[in-house]
Design a protein around this ligand. Structure first.
Ligand code: ADP
Length: 546
């Protein structure tokens, strides 16, 4: 028997309509290259999204065509998020930090027909354009008077196009599984892979991430996504803010700038900020140096890479800001888990809470997870057993764009292999220990580099730490600790290595540590263990062998 309820499709268009009706006067504050503090409201964004749709129609686009962006977080990018997807085209957000060859591959693989980009990326686009045969129009996200000079053919000015376009547009009635957006993962091996989101997955993800056990956005919040709209949808905030009526503060090109972030938080009354650990390190060190505050900030959501406990503690102890540790992936829209505390946990001792808070938290309703051994057998949720982490759910992708089903990350029974190694405790809290390819195996036993890195950065003289496996005659591999010290302070080797004693199994303790000026990072800001391993491929451990 069929239910007799309305089958209203889950469309991003509905998010936009709802936000316009309900929260039309809610502010969107943006930093742009032209304006340090641009202000508009949801209604403006929606009105201009109608114009974006008309512009794309006039350019001759067909439903399903890809429209690329190379842009920071600001109101214009937000207009494109809605205008492109709701009109039935696919918003392809491109990460400008990728290597040139990867960018070429991505644009050509996606066959983007139009590219919208911030003026700051003009030199990059000029270099790429010769080799982008499918791109028919280039649109600079600028006003007419600020348009830069360029020899690029088919160049257009965004504000001029919008000015000429009608504000009336009839949004099409799309099926809820219509593709809405495309984002490529950086692909540390092989080519980047495209994740093709649809309207349904996007609405469910936005809905799920507003849950109180997840990011819990509400109308009293002002949200600052310091996570780029060009990678993993700025963790869904363009949609979840519109659902919840939260004021948005978009930092434009000033993502990693502690001074701008502090000014935005304090000036705009930001209550929730989202970012990767390095962003918060920059903000915390700015606050420390200047003695300034972030008095409105209630909580941060940290993910993308493991968040050291020391960052959480500094936020809490010095600034009264609570940190939620989360985990996710481009393939998961990206929310996979988030750490929130239960009532009984509030009375736990600090040391017990530390253990829980360093974990990546629970999967929200909508995501299922499991860990398996090398034979694919499910492992217990005892917080001890490590295994390959698999997930499935409403906002997890089921294949890569144009991969012709050739990827073995997707099981026949509908699970996606995340490429992460993790534990899950009896309360369902995820503990990411490594990426599969970064795992260190010593004498056949796994060692968690993330846990070691967290301990290393708890030392005040350590700015950044990474642990990699280097080859060892007897044990196959042993851990080597690589450290970037804080300026002017070279910490004592033995004191650092002493940090691990009693906190982890003895055989986990790195055999040696080296100081470097810089640790290599990927385009998405993660430590590039591949490069680091290459850098230390000939490293021979000089301490007595274990
Ligand atoms: P890319 O692979 O292109 O860098 P993603 O942003 O999709 O892009 O990366 C997802 C990966 O980031 C996860 O598989 C995991 O390895 C890592 N990650 C994300 N959040 C965390 C976290 N809180 N702790 C540890 N690792 C994390």
């Amino acid at each position: 028997m069929q239910g007799q309820m309305m089958k209203t499709p889950l469309l991003i268009t509905e998010i936009m309509r709802f936000a316009g009706r309900q929260y039309g006067d809610t502010e969107v504050v943006s930093v742009t290259g032209e304006n340090p503090l641009h202000r508009c409201v949801y209604k403006d964004v929606i009105r201009r999204a109608h114009q974006v749709a008309n512009v794309l129609h006039t350019l001759g686009l067909e439903k399903g065509d890809r429209v690329a962006t190379l842009a920071w977080n600001d109101f214009r990018h937000l207009e494109l998020y809605y205008g492109v997807s709701c009109a039935g085209y696919v918003l392809h957000t491109v990460n400008p930090r990728l290597f040139f060859e990867q960018l070429l591959y991505i644009f050509n693989h996606a066959e983007d027909r139009v590219l919208f980009f911030d003026p700051v990326f003009l030199p990059l686009v000029e270099k790429l354009s010769d080799q982008l045969p499918k791109v028919e129009a280039y649109v600079i996200l600028s006003s007419e008077d600020k348009m830069p000079q360029t020899p690029l053919p088919s160049i257009k000015c965004y504000e001029t196009l919008l000015h000429e376009a009608s504000e009336d547009y009839e949004w099409p009635a799309l099926a809820e599984d219509t593709a809405s957006a495309l984002c490529y993962t950086s692909g540390t091996t092989g080519h980047p892979k495209g994740v093709l989101y649809d309207h349904r997955s996007t609405v469910l993800h936005a809905y799920g991430s507003c849950h109180r056990n997840a990011m819990g956005l509400g109308r009293r919040d002002t949200v600052l996504p310091v996570v780029p709209m060009f990678h993993a949808n700025a963790w869904g905030t363009p949609y979840s803010a519109f659902i919840s009526g939260a004021k948005m503060v978009l930092p434009g090109p000033k993502m990693g700038d502690g001074k701008t972030l502090q000014a935005l938080i304090e000036g705009e009354g930001v209550t929730v900020a989202l970012g990767v650990p390095t962003v918060w390190l920059a903000l915390l060190s700015y606050l420390e140096e200047t003695g300034t505050t972030v008095s409105s900030l209630e909580r941060t959501v940290v993910g993308g890479a493991a968040c050291p406990l020391s960052v959480m503690k500094e936020f809490q102890d010095k600034h009264g800001v609570y940190t939620h540790h989360g985990w996710g992936m481009t393939e998961m829209s990206p929310l996979g888990s988030l750490n929130t505390l239960s009532k009984p946990m509030e009375s736990f001792k600090d040391s017990e809470l530390d253990v829980i808070r360093a974990k990546q938290g629970q999967a929200p309703f909508g995501v299922e997870m499991k860990i398996v051994d090398d034979d694919g057998q499910e492992l217990p949720w005892d917080g001890e057993a490590f295994g390959d982490l698999k997930v499935r759910g409403w906002w997890v992708c089921d294949s890569y764009f144009r991969s012709e089903g050739s990827d073995d990350a997707f099981d026949a029974d509908g699970w996606f292999s995340t490429g992460d190694v993790a534990t899950i405790d009896p309360e369902g809290n995820l503990g990411i220990t490594d990426r599969t390819k970064d795992v260190i195996k010593s004498g056949g036993e796994w060692i968690s580099s993330i846990e070691l890195e967290n301990l290393a950065v708890s030392h005040p003289d350590v700015l950044e730490a990474a642990v990699i496996g280097v080859s060892h005659q007897k044990w196959g591999e042993r851990p080597l600790l690589v450290i970037v010290p804080n300026e002017g302070d070279i910490p004592d080797k033995m004191t650092i290595l002493g940090l691990f004693k009693g906190k982890v199994a003895d055989f986990w303790i790195p055999d040696d540590l080296v100081f470097v000026d810089e640790i290599p990072h990927t385009a998405t800001g993660k430590v590039s263990k591949i490069e680091l391993r290459e850098q230390f491929v000939d490293y021979r451990l000089d301490l007595p062998q274990k």
